[in-house]
Design a protein around this ligand. Sequence first.
Ligand code: NDP
Ligand code: PYC
Length: 332
Amino acid sequence: MHVPFAELKALLESIFERHGCTPAVARVLAANCASAERDGAHSHGVFRMPGYVSTLASGWVDGKATPEISDLAAGYISVDARGGFAQPALAAARDLMVAKARAAGIAVLAIYNSHHFAALWPDVEPFAEQGLVALSVVNSMTCVVPHGARKPVFGTNPIAFAAPCEGHPPIVFDMATSAMAHGDVQLAARAGEAVALGVGVDGQGQVTQDPAKILDGGALLPFGGHKGSALSMMVELLAAALTGGHFSWEFDWSGHPGAKTPWTGQLLIVIDPQVAQGQRFAQRSRLLLEQMEAAGVSRMPGARRHLERERAQREGVAITASALQALRDLLT
Ligand code: NDP
Ligand code: PYC
């Protein structure tokens, strides 16, 4: 079946409010999660709602937190999310961030004491829609073995990038630095599907294609061996060490059964390309896409999401009756 996007978003908003979020926090999280479902980003769509609810119930995250913004320098803002979610912290600092990027050419937003349980592209795409270039990183929970190591240290640590492109939706990519996102491993386990070789290891450190073994005492591997491992290390440094947030292994949620949201940090860097390039940057972006297409690329990063989004705009967001009922059950 299909539901209009606005209806799905309103349902998620009610669920977040029902489980202890302020209306403002509920609005931000619901928009994020419903957008992921609409765009076919299923590992961070409505599948995540029970995790949000159990985490809120456990007292691990504060759905009512008011972020505290510190304007540290011409191009630097720090936000203490006060144990709440990262997206409301970003929303609170967003206008100041854009003003700083326009004035100084570049601005950094360092969010700490925050929880991020979502896809990262919704955090960067809107900046590119305003003509800005945006890069964001967030670290998660320890489940990835660094290249050459014997035990997990890193989180699945995604990197998202967005840039304006003339006559085209922004160029956006968003990828975990693990060979597979933890959410996708969970979805594979539910579906009883094997994962590819190189995704993870079991509890004895042996290569496995069984997602249940990866989740139950095993671990994920970085994508691309030492290269993905270095990027994941960079994410830990930027999202935790630089912001003042926790490294992926530094928090202990064992006293909060049901807690699922990593308590870490997030960094955003926003650049105004107008400062040096005027409109030329968006034209040059377009040229790069055209060159790639001419070379045979038929699938750009972000293109699948946009196709799904267009389909959802025409038909509504596809959702099974049982998944919709499961969401409604979260209201009781
Ligand atoms: P994918 O591997 O599915 O996709 C990564 C990027 O590559 C996307 O931009 C995607 O575009 C693009 N892409 C995929 N296939 C192709 C292809 N064949 N050709 C060209 N481009 C392609 O993402 P991940 O599984 O790594 O991550 C999934 C989500 O998990 C992300 O949104 C990430 O932010 C989230 N995540 C969140 C974490 C957190 O702590 N909050 C931790 C880890 C992951 P498209 O979107 O169009 O498919
Ligand atoms: O899918 O890897 C993941 C993830 C971790 C935290 C939120 N999503």
